[in-house]
Design a protein around this ligand. Structure first.
Ligand SMILES: Nc1nc2c(c(=O)[nH]1)N[C@H]1C(S)=C(S)[C@@H](COP(=O)(O)OP(=O)(O)OC[C@H]3O[C@@H](n4cnc5c(N)ncnc54)[C@H](O)[C@@H]3O)O[C@H]1N2
Ligand code: MOO
Length: 419
């Protein structure tokens, strides 16, 4: 079809998945930032590089409970001819050594305590004995020790001024340790994108309503709310709409104008049916429709548009198709808002079973992949239909089947997109 002909309900131009994603990403700006308390920072995304303001460790630290010595004092020590050093200090953790350690002297020291400047090694407690002589305590050493042994030097882990965590990194428990040690009781993070999610369809019942003939419970809203949270966003659940285009348009206008919301996701009503209200809205609204058909299965009717800098995603109503649409387009958009690139994270795996269905468009199968004997293997899970609901609970990746007239054989390589 010509570029100039307007899109209509039936006349749609199917764009490639990559081009569709690119057209969305070009409108996405970074999320606002905030500070959260350290204990609430897990899984949040850093909005600033985290730099060391001091070396780690910042003082010479004993690695063992034992005695700090000058190694040259015990150079000649042996079982036959032990060396005795006078005990002059006891250094617990958290204290600065109170006196100089002269040659011929030793100080008892605990793991993690600051080593006296004059000492160059620590001898473990188990390798020594204490003796009392003329009112003084002496420590017996029967082996020499290498200079530097059992002392963690200043900056062993990192020097001052190093970037330890970069902007865009998701905080994990190890990062929480780093942030604590550097004094970050408040952590700079991107605000979680606030994403409105609502389903359209007169056939939809609330989750707690009894089933009725011809009707189904709304599962997309909660599945998508889960996908949003799983990817670092905050779902804002909006009451489902019936298939009434004017009421839906009004509601959407107010959501698009709401400054608190960063994105809006609808499901259902994007196909060619008589009650597909989102199709009508995307053909005539104050925003710009970016695409209303994508070269993909399921979810070929996935639609997206932009109003000011806010993306409106019109995902398909079929559960499988809306799941896939989210993973391919919304997930990278959230990632982009949180400082990432907003690209698909793809890996290569071997297909575990034959796949015989022929496709005109690339197919994104709900699948499960795992490592077997050091290789990644992927297989589809459950029913492949766009309308299938159960397969998503076992899905950990989308398996990408390129357009094919012959299907694919077990053992062939495929791309997988982890979810
Ligand atoms: N004549 C044509 N018919 C259809 C076409 C087509 O090209 N020509 N495309 C088919 C494909 S492919 C898909 S996918 C669906 C997409 O339809 P919509 O996105 O407009 O979705 P609905 O019609 O509203 O619903 C489809 C299906 O999903 C159920 N649904 C809807 N919302 C929810 C929800 N929140 N939770 C659970 N299930 C939901 C709905 O009841 C329908 O069964 O169109 C095909 N038809
Ligand atoms: O949108 Mo449908 O899911 O292409 O099968």
């Amino acid at each position: 079809m010509s570029e100039n002909q307007p899109l209509t309900r039936f006349r749609r131009k199917a764009v490639k998945v990559e081009d569709a994603l690119q057209s969305i990403i070009s409108y996405i700006s970074k999320a606002k930032t905030e500070k959260v308390s350290l204990e609430k920072s897990l899984k949040r995304t850093l909005s600033e590089d985290i730099q060391t303001s001091h070396p780690v460790p910042h003082f010479r630290r004993s690695g063992y409970d034992g005695y700090a010595v000058q190694s040259k004092d015990v150079e000649q020590a042996s079982k036959q001819s032990p060396v005795y050093l006078k005990l002059v200090d006891d250094i617990p953790c958290g204290e600065v050594p109170g006196r100089r350690l002269e040659s011929g002297q030793t100080a008892r020291i605990m793991t993690g305590a600051m080593v006296p400047e004059e000492a160059d090694s620590v001898i473990m407690l188990e390798a020594t004995e204490q003796e009392e002589r003329n009112g003084s305590t002496y420590v017996k050493f029967t082996k020499p020790i290498q200079s530097g042994k059992n002392i963690t030097p200043i900056g062993e882990e990192t020097a001052e001024g190093e970037v330890l965590l970069t902007k865009g990194t998701e905080v994990n428990p190890g990062a929480m340790a780093v942030l604590s040690s550097l004094g970050f009781s408040q952590v700079p993070v991107y605000k979680k994108p606030q994403i409105a999610v609502l389903s359209t369809g007169t056939e939809l019942l609330e989750v707690d309503e009894p089933l009725e003939m011809g009707k189904i419970r709304n599962s997309n809203t909660y599945m998508i709310a889960g996908q949003i949270q799983h990817n670092g966003g905050e779902p804002v659940i909006i009451e489902k709409f019936p298939d009434d285009v004017d009421a839906a348009r009004k509601k959407l206008q107010s959501l698009l104008a709401n400054q608190e919301l960063d994105m809006i996701i609808t499901t259902g009503g994007v196909s060619v049916g008589d009650y597909d209200i989102m199709t009508d809205i995307f053909l005539n609204w104050e925003g710009k429709t970016l695409f209303n058909k994508v070269q993909m299965r399921p979810g070929s009717v996935t639609t997206a548009g932009v109003f000011r800098d806010k993306i409106l995603f019109g995902l398909s109503g079929n559960p499988g198709a809306s799941y896939v649409g989210f993973e391919l387009f919304v997930k990278p958009s959230i990632e982009r808002m949180l400082g990432g690139l907003g690209v698909q994270d793809k890996q290569t795996a071997y297909l575990k079973v034959n796949y015989t269905k022929v496709n005109a468009f690339p197919r994104f199968l709900r699948g499960y992949y795992e490592v077997k004997d050091g290789e990644l293997w992927a297989q589809p899970v459950g029913l492949d239909q766009s309308s299938a609901l159960l397969s998503m609970k076992d899905t950990n990746a989308l398996i990408v089947i390129p357009p094919t007239k012959t299907g694919m054989k077990a053992g062939e390589k495929v791309n997988v997109i982890p979810v």
